[in-house]
Design a protein around this ligand. Sequence first.
Ligand code: S3P
Length: 428
Amino acid sequence: MNRIINKSSKLNGTITVPGDKSISHRSIMLGAISKGTTHISGFLTGEDCLSTVSCFRKMGIDIQIDDTNVTVHGKGLYGLSKPNETLYVGNSGTTLRLMTGILSAQNFSCDITGDESIQKRPMDRVSIPLSLMGADITGTEKNGKLCAPLHINGSNLNAIEYKLPVASAQVKSAILLAAMYAKGETTVIEPEPTRNHTEIMLNYLGANIKHDGNRITCTPVKELYAHDITVPADISSAAYFITAGLICPDSVITIKNVGVNPTRTGITDIYLKMGADITFSNEMSVCGEATSDITVRYSKLKGTVIGGDIIPRLIDEIPIIAVAACFAQGTTVIKDAQELKVKESNRIKTVVEELTKLGADIKETDDGMVINGTGSLKGAVTESHNDHRIAMACSIAGLAADGKTQINNSQCVDISFPGYFELLESLM
Ligand code: S3P
């Protein structure tokens, strides 16, 4: 499907964006291996999270979905059953990587795979530490890296101390999930802090995860017990509306109950540094996660340097931050972001390619990009590369660009944000 976006100003309104993708995945996974019934509200019914649901249903877990309310009939840490068919994760890296941690410790073997993009993404980053714990994981070698389809033979695991070579919440989470089943105390050492939703939810459900500086320790768990979970709105989805409000003249947008866990707020920190008018109100804590309403107003932004330990706190927002940088005065440098190359698309390449079509002054570097803010873009035909975040970033660029912008293959927004274009139109 292709979408046309026309130049817009005065975006106005109060909106709610869908539930957090990372927390929604974890609510299904941890609900499934908890004892008892978990009621989840605010669940993201995007394709990625539905892939997680489908995998657990194939392992005997009864999951009912009623709009954004989900009921998971958990069977406890040892209650999953061997699936009769290959588990299919679609486009979802989080499903594949986190589930590899859980599956490594089961008393059955199974196969797991996903779409074309997933089959190119590196899985050795999880198979290496899990194998050190005793896991038996085999897969397909591509460019010297282990990739899906994977065959996982459930094993008895031992604890490890492991220093992550790349800052990745998916890898940390896979190890912590396996560590619950392992003999002994496992420690993961992070090079930089990454999203800690697994740790927060595990402790909420009765595990004992300790955090000391950059060391995260997990002692084996006998059982997790079901607790109801409320999922905050996803700051990674709010990011498109925050940016639209900042770059479309005369806009004021409020986004309700957004998850503002400090491991996720790199985008608002950077925008504030760039001179954005962003305010936080109605601050709360829900199931251990901080939430807030976020109000943004059209602002004159200044270019900045984005690199170092803020990168994991805004890794998924870099495509949309690049759009904002086109409208900032001066140069924005994004560095230390080589992880973008192994996302749903190579996001250094795809961002530079698509914003170049819109007339941006943007250059690819080895670990990011350099953008000279020109204050304007011009409408063009863009391509999503089947990457949801590229499609949404192009659409916001299109709102601020002169004339008309087309986004080809825009249906991939359903991966993380069903109803995205309709919500955008509601603000016009
Ligand atoms: C996620 C972690 C990040 C992020 C992804 C979701 C998670 O990936 O990009 O969209 O839910 O743990 P990495 O762990 O590969 O950085």
